[in-house]
Design a protein around this ligand. Structure first.
Ligand code: AMO
Length: 444
């Protein structure tokens, strides 16, 4: 049974108020719409926490029949100051209208979910668990990062591009290509827009793309997804990779500024802090980085790159000695980079056979970016393709354009989920994507 609605606050005449704006309506009638986040019936009086896209509001009434949690409802009521209510205000319900009733109890109690209790169940029921306040806060932060990525790059003269995700060859090497039957021909899901974004430098000089890419990662780790959102840029007419690192430095500062402006509540909810981006992010060569973690922390680095423990230690060192949560690792050896990486110069001006102008950016203990200058000289590119034992025939759709005056260029890619997870203290990149694809998960 609902209380009668006084004619002066009849629902259709009131515009919708968002819960975040309740404080502006103290003593007035408001019309709220949202989901039943939580409910409690104390017999004579009913409490309902309403969740809308902006937050939650405590609502209280009497003689009400409360629908199941997650039902979507409309409430008309008056706003009263209430110290203990979220946001400091409460709505006294005059009428409650069920817009769409939940027809069964949610498999998870949305307000009580915790990733550390049963993450697999959270992912099994992702279609509702994603409604959780913390879950959506993470996705909101990611959306704002993407927005700032677009807007900063546009202001820097970049043009957005859209490149194929069904491709005939991998760009990054390695064994993690997803195969696809393309009308009887072998095709793959794109690991990266790499080769296409380079071609598009010949068109717009500065380009960017925001799109998912695919990696068939055999092993479940906290940093690998099989489908992730790649924030890519590529820019022409550079001197060397320093120009690219400077661009990323400015971009990250703009992205963090955007978070300050739009996501303070989300960071508070997740008890995380927005990092300061130094005007000049510290840089260290890969060789020096390997020596540093060995000498300072006694960690012997396996492989050609930094291993996860070395990344963590290097970040710890920079956080402690410079206060920076970011560090560029530069001058990667050729053995740790794909064929398109531009060689570094030797002191005599000749090209190094071993060292490239490739870099990584580490943030709070993990690699969030790879980038560098690329080979733009056709002869050098063909030599590199052969040296990597790749089939030059299979690469012509890419390599041909280097016969036509490609300028010196470089770029980078940021893994959006890794950046989001590290910003928010989320333990696994899977929880920083709405519908993650991992080794064992193709649904929901
Ligand atoms: P790379 O392969 O290093 O470089 O990828 C760039 C960034 O993408 C993220 N990333 C991933 N995130 C989640 N799951 C994965 N499986 C995964 N693999 C990579 C990381 C990584 O730093 N073409 C180059 C980029 C460039 O040079 O422009 C490339 O793809 O954050």
């Amino acid at each position: 049974m609902t209380a009668p609605t006084p004619p002066e606050i009849a629902a259709p005449t009131l515009p919708r108020t968002l819960t975040r704006h309740l404080g502006q309506h103290e003593g007035q009638a408001v019309r709220l719409q949202g989901f039943v986040h939580a409910r409690r019936d104390l017999g004579g009086v009913q409490f309902l926490v309403l969740r809308d896209k902006s937050g939650v509001a405590q609502c209280v009434g009497s003689g009400l029949h409360l629908p199941l949690p997650e039902s979507s409802v409309e409430i008309v009521g008056s706003v009263k100051a209430h110290k203990k209510a979220p946001g400091g205000f409460e709505v006294q319900i005059e009428s409650l209208r069920v817009l769409s009733a939940a027809i069964q109890a949610s498999p998870l109690e949305i307000p009580k979910m915790e990733w550390n209790v049963n993450p697999e169940t959270m992912l099994d029921y992702r279609y509702v668990s994603v409604r959780g306040l913390r879950e959506r806060a993470a996705l909101k932060v990611q959306a704002e990062l993407v927005f700032a990525f677009h807007s900063y790059l546009r202001h820097q003269g970049f043009t957005e591009i859209s490149t194929p995700k069904i491709v005939s060859a991998g760009a990054e090497g390695g064994a993690n290509l997803f195969k696809l039957d393309y009308f009887g021909e072998q095709a793959y899901l794109a690991q990266s827009p790499q080769l296409y974004k380079q071609i598009m430098v010949g068109v717009f000089e500065r380009v960017y793309e925001v799109a998912p890419v695919y990696r068939a990662e055999e092993h479940a780790t906290s940093r690998h997804l099989n489908e992730y959102l790649s924030l890519d840029i590529e820019m022409g007419f550079i001197d060397d990779e320093e120009d690219v690192m400077e661009m990323e430095n400015g971009l990250l500062a703009a992205m963090m500024e955007r978070l300050h402006a739009t996501c303070a509540a989300e960071f508070e909810l997740l008890e995380a802090s927005i990092p300061a981006v130094p005007a000049h992010i510290p840089r260290i060569t890969l060789l020096d980085a390997r020596n540093l973690v060995t000498q300072k922390y006694g960690h012997a680095v396996g492989g050609k790159d930094l291993d996860p423990e070395a990344e963590r230690l290097l970040c710890q060192h920079y956080a402690q000695t410079t206060g920076s949560d970011f560090v560029f690792v530069t001058k990667y050896p050729r053995t740790a980079r794909p064929f398109y990486a531009h060689p570094d110069s030797n002191p005599d001006g000749s090209m190094s056979a071993d060292i490239t102008r490739g870099f990584d950016l580490l943030f709070r203990g993990i690699e969030i970016t790879s980038g560098g200058q690329r080979i733009h000289d056709h002869a050098m590119l063909m030599d590199s393709i052969r040296a990597y034992k790749m089939n030059p025939e299979a690469m012509t759709g890419y390599s041909e354009v280097f016969k036509y005056g490609m300028p010196p260029h470089g770029g980078f890619a940021i893994g959006a989920e890794r950046l989001t997870a590290k910003l928010l203290g989320i333990a696994n990149v899977r929880y920083a994507r709405a519908f993650p694809r991992d080794r064992h998960r193709l649904t929901p």
